[in-house]
Design a protein around this ligand. Structure first.
Ligand code: PGA
Length: 250
């Protein structure tokens, strides 16, 4: 099964989300590709109610605390009660704009699991790190910080490889670059969990209808996390069709 996850960020207004869910509902009965959407918190319940159960609904972020005096924060269990089954954790915008450290990302992943939800952990290098040949070391640092706090690692975990230089820039990683990073992620997770956790690795960063087929043809890419191109249902569905048409991932 492959995954196609929409990260709407703080973009679609309520009317846009309503329109999107109407177009999405009848068109995603694929056998190789499962769709998920991550609306802003206030719309999670409504979106969950409008979409069939095969479509996953998730949150874009959450607190690493289960409850308490944290004004403005949302506990993972609260996102779950609203209808989310997964939570995007460690997106590069959270890391850079909201100063989330590797350790904070690790404790969020643990909190999401504790609440019975699935994290979608984002990792990825900035352009300077790539130019300096430090990509794999950075991925290792980001991943090891997470597995250091997971005392009982899960059997499966969704991870998105999202090179920061590709997010929202129109400059996607080539299929070969993504495959190399995905392979490194698989190795690092295997070593960090003594082979207990099999990651399901999505690629994110300027995925569009016109580059989706080439990326989906790469066996290491088990799906996409899509930002800009997830704001319009027709284009998003074309990306899903590219995943569906590619050979099924194990
Ligand atoms: P993009 O965003 O598809 O607009 O590059 C991806 C993401 O931020 O998850």
């Amino acid at each position: 099964m492959r995954y196609l996850i929409a990260n709407w960020k703080m973009n679609l207004p309520k009317e846009g989300i309503d329109r999107f869910t109407e177009s999405l509902a009848p068109s995603t009965d694929w056998s190789n590709a499962r769709v998920g959407v991550a609306p802003p918190f206030p719309f999670i319940g409504d979106v969950r109610g409008r979409l069939n159960e095969r479509i996953l609904v998730g949150a874009q972020n959450c607190s690493d605390h289960p409850s308490g005096a944290y004004t403005g924060e949302v506990a993972p269990s609260m996102a779950g009660a609203a209808g989310a089954s997964f939570v995007i954790v460690g997106h590069s915008e959270r890391r850079t704009l909201f100063a989330e450290t590797d350790e904070r990302v690790g404790s969020k992943v643990a909190a999401v699991f504790s609440a019975g939800l699935d994290p979608l952990l984002c990792v990825g290098e900035d352009s300077t790190t790539r130019e300096n040949g430090g990509t794999v070391a950075l991925l290792a640092r980001q991943l090891e910080a997470v597995f250091a706090v997971l005392t009982d690692p899960p059997e499966e975990m969704m991870i998105a490889y999202e090179p920061v230089w590709a997010i929202g820039t129109g400059r996607n990683a080539t299929p070969a670059m993504a495959a190399e990073a995905h392979e490194a992620i698989r190795r690092i997770v295997g070593e960090a969990t003594r082979r207990k956790t099999s990651p399901i690795i999505l690629y994110g960063g300027s995925v569009k209808p016109d580059n989706a087929a080439a990326l989906a043809a790469e066996e290491q890419i088990e799906g996409f996390l899509v930002g800009g191109a997830s704001l319009e249902a027709a284009g998003f569905l074309r990306i899903g069709e590219a995943l569906e048409a590619a050979a099924p991932a194990d």
